[in-house]
Design a protein around this ligand. Structure first.
Ligand SMILES: [Mn+2]
Length: 320
């Protein structure tokens, strides 16, 4: 963290990158950092390879996010909440990146340490709480805008303070952010309680197709299913965690056929299991209880391969 603080102190025009398929944590952390650095008189830019989902359009600064690789005048690049360079999507430009220091700030246990500075905290529940510590060290005063960004990241990555990563220290940071002016009620309303009807119909289809085998439960979200209900790709996000709510399930999987045909695989596991290695073996990454990967090819074959990998991981698992 100290090396990240030093790099930011020295930088004047930092370029901050949130990962592709952006979630509340990478957006909240990147935008919170953006506003904090502006307060310090710097001229940051914040970028993401994909569009901001409608559910996070309320985040202050989501409208200033750019979607292109960094131009030459930036003196520092920061990758936020990304476990590898592929997570930066089209923003990653080897020609530009090779020329500038890269700071990698993340909490995924599968992080590839691709930066010149790598601050990786697998015990952190969110990257947003790491940005809270970083901005505190830089002497930033937390205002309602910064606090809203960071608390959104914490609330979404902990699914509303429900994950095993939710520790007393995290609740203390959340309390400080509420005192600084963030509204927990409104963040929860906007992040969790504002689904579209098309999204609910898609959830219905996902639940209808669920399958189980032993302690594994899985379902899918295909292009055809989305077309039938007029839903968008991300409209069933959260469904993989919901599947794990089945009493019989220890591991859940959702196979999402993206609009470009690639298959996004989301995996969740109950505490006591660790599926981060499964995701890593499949070319992805994540946390012990929440991980994923993106695979190319036929959905049926991908299902067989992923389920096989999970079976093997469960076979080798000693219950804790
Ligand atoms: Mn995160």
């Amino acid at each position: 963290m100290q090396r990240s603080v030093d790099a930011l102190r020295a930088a004047q025009r930092p370029f901050i990158i949130a990962h592709i398929a952006p979630d509340g944590d990478c957006l909240g952390a990147a935008l919170g950092l953006y506003w904090g650095l502006r307060q310090l008189g710097k001229q940051p830019t914040v970028a993401c390879g994909d569009a901001v989902p409608g559910s996070f359009a309320f985040l202050p600064g989501s409208e200033v996010l750019v979607h292109a690789a960094p131009p030459n005048h930036h003196d520092l690049i920061l990758a936020i909440d990304a476990s590898d360079l592929a997570r930066l999507g089209t923003i990653y430009d080897p020609a530009v990146f090779g020329e500038r220091p890269l700071v990698n700030i993340d909490h995924h246990v599968t992080n590839q340490y691709f930066g010149n500075v790598n601050w990786v905290e697998p015990s952190a529940a969110s990257t947003s709480e790491m940005i809270y510590m970083l901005l505190s060290a830089l002497g930033v005063a937390f205002d309602p805008v910064i606090a809203t960004c960071l608390l959104t990241g914490i609330v979404t990555d902990t699914l509303g303070f429900r994950t095993t990563s939710t520790k007393p220290e995290l609740l203390e940071i959340a309390a400080a952010l509420m005192r600084a002016g963030a509204s927990l009620t409104s963040i929860i309303e906007r992040a969790f309680n504002t689904k579209t009807l098309a999204s609910l119909r898609l959830w219905g289809k996902v639940l209808e197709r669920l399958q189980t085998e032993g302690e594994i439960i899985w379902s899918e979200n295909t292009r055809a299913m989305r077309q039938e209900c007029g839903a968008a790709l991300g409209d069933a996000s959260g469904a993989v965690g919901f599947l794990l709510g089945a009493r019989e399930a220890h591991v859940s999987v959702l196979f999402v056929e993206r609009d470009d045909g690639d298959i996004e695989v989301g995996i969740r596991a109950r505490p006591g299991h660790d599926i981060s290695q499964v995701a890593l073996n499949l070319g992805g990454g994540g946390h012990p209880q929440a991980a994923g990967c993106v695979l190319k090819g036929d959905l049926t074959q991908i299902k067989a391969r992923v389920l096989d990998e999970i079976r093997r991981s469960l076979d080798g698992h000693e219950p804790t």
